[in-house]
Design a protein around this ligand. Structure first.
Ligand SMILES: [Zn+2]
Length: 153
């Protein structure tokens, strides 16, 4: 992607418009690199979106510094939801790509406070893979061979 294409994308991006204040939001947090605001269609009351100010389409495109700052704000918001909204738990949900349910192509973390009997269902079917399938996948994902790893399982 060229810089120009990136700028056009950023200009049209809903969350970039919120960052620039061109679209109003129910902001709950704002610092140099990160903002957080209420989701207008919340799973539960207090559902917050935490967004790095610098445009990145998804987690694979984000700079490590922005990402580090963003996850620290996710922690702060989680603590606030427990303290101020009396949440009894928090789900942090982060989707990458349309197929994974990402609706806005600007990296964001959903912080969803949980309450008794809130009827929120966050789930997936669990597959069963054989030991050899698991090992094949592990090898693909590993940066080094098993014998070089310094842990046993
Ligand atoms: Zn954006």
């Amino acid at each position: 992607m060229t810089t120009q294409a990136g700028m056009i994308k950023s200009a049209d991006c809903l969350f970039c418009k919120i960052v620039r204040g061109e679209i109003p939001s129910k902001k709950v947090y704002d610092d140099k690199n990160t903002i957080a605001f209420l989701d207008i269609n919340p799973a539960t009351p207090g559902h917050v979106l935490v967004v790095p100010k610098k445009h990145a389409e998804d987690i694979t495109k984000a700079g490590e510094e922005e990402l580090s700052d963003t996850i620290v704000v996710v922690k702060k918001i989680s603590e606030l939801l427990m303290e101020k909204m009396n949440a009894i738990g928090v789900n942090v949900v982060q989707n990458n790509g349309k197929h994974a349910g990402q609706l806005v192509s600007h990296l964001h973390f959903h912080v969803i406070p949980r309450y008794p009997n809130d009827n929120v269902i966050i789930t997936y079917q669990r597959a069963h893979l054989s030991e050899s399938d698991l090992e094949e996948i592990r090898k693909k994902l590993s940066q080094q061979e098993k014998k070089d790893m310094d842990f046993d399982f």
